[in-house]
Design a protein around this ligand. Sequence first.
Ligand code: NAD
Length: 390
Amino acid sequence: MVKAFQFSRLPFIHFSTGKIKVLPGLIKRYGKTILLVTAGESFVKSPYAETLSEALLREGIKYLHFVVSGEPSPEIIDSVSEKIRNEAVNAVVAVGGGSVLDAGKAVSAMYGVKGSVREYLEGVGTWEHPGTKLPFIALPTTSGTGSEATKNAVISEIGKNGFKKSLRHDNFVPDIAIVDPELTLSCPPDITAASGMDCFTQLTESFLSGNASEYTDALAWEGLKAVKSSLVQTCHNGDDITARTGMSFAALTSGICLANAGLGVVHGFASSAGGMFNIPHGVVCGTLMAPANAITLRELRRGVNNPEITNKYVRLGKLFIETRGKPDDYYMDGFVEYLLKLSDDLNLPRLDKYGIKEEDIEPICRITELKNNPVKLNLEDLMEILRSRL
Ligand code: NAD
């Protein structure tokens, strides 16, 4: 029998190579003035910057341009929100990686409300956001976060007592997502690998989540198939538009799945370790995915029988391993081995590179949330996961 589930809204999705060209026409529905949020160099040097600015001018669309470098902090969001509150802005358009999309999403949400974004962040502030916002159009240029389809924007303050927390509301799902795989062609291999592993983690965690439904499983499975055929190829041959298209599709589905099924312990680490140390989000996810699944699987076998999750691990193994006719344990272990090999193939950095030391392990693990991990893990388990990637 199909389990009960609920599913939040989706953006209107335009998906295909070359789709960026529909942007000016779509903006016109909202008005003549937009806030354009982009990254610095990676956008300005791209072939799209000039074409887009010419197309906007041709359509008579005025734009205020805001450049985001790095993952957005409360100060950045507050300063831009302050500047545009007195302007008659009709929509926000963000073209960039997850950092840029989240910055655009947050600014569109802060346009009509008072105070600092900090007051509305989960686990940081205490004010409830009414869900009002400016229309928001998202164009991802990395294949990873799926922010083009999620209802949250991640805001970070990095340091000893730092945080990575979400501004979240069902209404914050972008109105329109234009997913044009060509925009990801310029991603260098390290960013492609990190963001691709973020996407892979999101699909796996939402598939294994206690909150998963038949609906999210069906989507996650198609995303995982795309990861299998495209992730390694995009990292080794970034010009392969077929593989880039596969990863753009996988990232979009990962965002839809995480918004509706939730995530697991790897994303718990992304908030805890990522709040205390300046580590790219995709690197934390990618580097911890293999040990987190190894320990989760170990505890699954030690705990009470959980046929649903066991079966899902078997399915994951069968998807990523070609050999047929083996017992279930072979596929469960094989999935973890595949992840370990992938960490080497993609050259995923270890976390000591970003300053994490042995004495940081316990403080990080004490504040790491399990989220919807399918199996409970204790402090020692978490420390084992993190220590294995120093
Ligand atoms: P990013 O946006 O931080 O970008 C990483 C780097 O890649 C930047 O230097 C950027 O300029 C560059 N870049 C982006 N696109 C490029 C391109 N096409 N060519 C060349 N360079 C390019 O990285 P990300 O992994 O996409 O996003 C990470 C952020 O997203 C984190 O803050 C994370 O917390 C957040 N996130 C949000 C959600 C959500 O649902 N809102 C989900 C997961 C992660």
